[in-house]
Design a protein around this ligand. Structure first.
Ligand code: AMP
Length: 417
């Protein structure tokens, strides 16, 4: 028996319906905000991620599915959506008029330790707005993300918000962090000791318990903010208040990827005991430039679709659509019944053609498939051009069966289904 690869799941039934629902609602709301869909390849040149996400991040240093293909090139299954979208904007010259607003959804891959809500293949739905740097843009994007959550029926959440400042801020903050962490170097994890020399802000994102304890007393970025970044962040907060968004400032939120600057945020559910982020995002200044595009800033977010799915009630996705069973009594009526099936599909009526076994077996199949109405077509029905219609759930014998003229059958079914 073959099983899916560890940490990867088949989506079917309720989970497939939830996936479809979430992505549909998100794209519809995105369209209102001016976002159009983009689908980029699942694999990119490894460098696309290395250059943008950052070598010292967990995602790049530990979690990427990287292979050498038959041509000897290093390729990687995408661990996130933003880098591919930036690459696509440059490859297709999409940044001729700014801003470029794109949405995507699809599978992402991270070689992480599988657990509830954490998989090796998962899905994200996300959006990127490139070429319009302003607190108004940031607030609008966060509004859109929260509208997507409420649009799919998730109301109990909060937004954690931080600023990662501009380059000047991060340079000063990095120095402050080096000074602080150097004093605790002997207690840092091996990974963080390495990060200390290369990218000390990454230590704030460490999952190691010992590192986390040391991080609690680390200096805050707010003490290093340039005047412009402080002003920018204040305005974003003010606008989110105007939008009535439930947010909390969390100065240790650095996000798991290197490319962020200024506004950074994460969405957390407040409904139950599920503590991992359901989504996140932020502003990035250099990404397009990294791929050879213009020197313009962007902002984006992504939700983890499986994590949203965990928060949606299964029951709501269990209802089957109401459908009709078209049942020829014997094989002799198959072709005749098939004509009716075709007319029903053309009229938009969900239908099943049930034509194996004897009539008793066919009725059982119709019942198992949850058909609400069965149209039975035997020799007499063909001859008289009148079909026998059975309402499967009806308990009143007088109402259960009706004869309907062939000429009226489609409109009768549409009316009664
Ligand atoms: P990130 O940009 O890494 O914060 O990812 C954005 C969102 O994707 C997260 O908030 C999660 O909802 C989701 N996500 C990230 N990694 C995984 C994973 N391994 N399994 C399931 N969802 C994930």
């Amino acid at each position: 028996m073959f099983r899916p690869i560890r940490g990867m799941k088949d989506l079917y039934g309720v989970s497939a319906k939830k996936y479809e629902y979430i992505t549909e609602v998100a794209t519809k709301i995105g369209a209102k905000y001016g976002y159009s869909l983009i689908t980029t390849p699942t694999v990119e040149a490894t460098e696309v991620f290395q250059r943008s996400i950052g070598d010292e991040t967990d995602v790049v240093s530990k979690e990427m599915y990287t292979f050498v293909d038959k041509g000897g090139d290093s390729i990687t299954l995408r661990p996130e959506g933003t880098a591919g979208v930036m690459r696509a904007i440059v490859s297709n010259n999409l940044a001729q008029s700014l801003p470029v607003k794109l949405m995507y959804h699809g599978e992402m891959f991270r070689y992480d330790r599988p657990q509830k809500g954490r998989y090796r293949q998962f899905h994200q739905v996300g959006a990127e707005c490139v070429g319009d740097k302003s607190p108004y843009t940031d607030a609008t994007l966060i509004c859109m993300a929260t509208e997507i959550l409420s649009g799919i029926g998730i109301f109990d959440f909060k937004v954690l918000l931080n600023t990662l400042g501009d380059k000047e801020t991060r340079e000063a903050y990095t120095k402050g962090l080096v000074k602080y962490f150097s004093r605790h170097e002997d207690k840092l994890s091996e990974d963080s000791k390495r990060r200390l020399g290369k990218n000390p802000m990454r230590i704030l994102d460490s999952k190691d318990e010992g590192d986390r304890e040391i991080c609690q007393m680390a200096p805050l970025i707010t003490d290093y903010l340039s005047k412009e970044s402080a002003q920018y962040f204040r305005k974003v907060c003010e606008l989110l208040e105007v939008c009535d968004i439930n947010f909390e400032v969390d100065n240790f939120l650095v996000r798991g990827l290197d490319y962020y600057s200024e506004t950074a945020f994460e969405f957390k559910s407040t409904a139950g005991d599920y503590d991992d982020a359901i989504g996140g995002g932020g502003r990035y200044d250099d990404l397009l430039k990294v791929f050879g595009g213009a020197d313009v800033s962007g902002i984006g977010f992504a939700f983890g679709v499986e994590r949203l799915m965990l928060l949606l009630d299964d029951e709501k996705f269990k209802e089957d659509i109401r459908k009709v069973a078209v049942i020829p009594v014997t094989d002799d009526e198959n072709d005749y019944a098939f004509q009716l099936l075709k007319s029903l599909y053309e009229a938009g009526v969900p239908s099943e053609f049930i034509h194996h076994g004897n009539l008793g077996k066919k009725m059982k199949v119709a019942d198992r498939q949850n058909c609400k109405i069965a149209i039975i077509i035997g020799e007499d029905e063909v001859k008289n051009e009148v079909y026998t219609v059975k309402f499967m759930d009806c308990t009143d014998d007088r109402e259960k069966t009706k004869s309907v003229a062939a000429a009226n059958i489609v409109s009768f079914i549409k009316h009664n289904l």
